[in-house]
Design a protein around this ligand. Structure first.
Ligand code: GSH
Length: 202
């Protein structure tokens, strides 16, 4: 298997942390997206959307979408479980992953698209859009702060895929001029905790 990777990207980071938590190591190939390597015909054959990560299997087939890749890796390597130990736990983690993907990761990705250096020459950046999405993500953070006053991790007592999704979003937030406000004590405590895991820099 080969993981086609983009080191600074939020979605590829999800997969790298997931792999590290599983203790799995697979070949990784950096794609120079800043230099346009994800827009070449060769890369578009792997993923017509030109996005990373891409997992290329030994039979030449590919899986794209970070969450689908992690789902596949979880099935291959169930321990330690990151997507739930029971049907109830799995549903809860899935619920949080979907909530976080739409309510935190996407707004932060949009704030980054409209303010970050990487997209400056790629799209027409609208500063007001960046500000709007930052406010949206801040509302989500305030909600998460309340939720995390009741438990250690996003979906319960154990670190899970939901935490990986949220932590990768918060890492990208730093590059989009969006840091967790210090008055959000529970979210700040959670982010310090997940960031200190040995896998956080994967
Ligand atoms: N929904 C996809 C999103 C993938 C995505 O947006 N990847 C970004 C990096 S975080 C990318 O490849 N951007 C390159 C570009 O837009 O040129 C996933 O979860 O894998």
């Amino acid at each position: 298997m080969i993981l086609h990777d983009l080191n600074p990207g939020m979605h590829p980071r999800r997969v790298r942390i997931f792999l590290a938590e599983k203790g799995m190591s697979i070949d990784q190939r950096q794609v120079d997206a800043a230099g346009g390597a994800n827009a070449t015909p060769e890369f578009l054959r792997l993923n017509p959307l030109g996005k990373l990560p891409v997992l290329e299997l030994d039979d030449g087939s590919v899986i794209t979408e970070s969450l689908a890749i992690c789902r596949y890796l979880e099935a291959l390597n169930p321990d330690p479980p990151l997507m739930g130990r029971t049907p109830r736990e799995a549903a809860s983690i899935e619920m949080w992953v979907l909530r976080l993907d739409s309510e935190l990761s996407r707004p932060i990705a949009q704030a980054f698209r409209h303010s970050g250096e990487f997209y400056r020459s790629r799209i027409k950046q609208v500063p007001e859009m960046a500000a709007w999405y930052r406010d949206y993500a801040l509302d989500t953070m305030a909600w998460l702060d309340r939720e995390l006053s009741e438990r250690s991790y996003i979906a319960g007592a154990h670190y899970s895929m939901a935490d990986i999704v949220a932590q990768c979003a918060c890492v990208l937030g730093k590059a989009a001029e969006l840091r967790i406000p210090s008055e959000m004590k529970h979210l700040t405590r959670w982010f310090a905790e997940v960031s200190s895991r040995p896998t956080a820099r994967a």
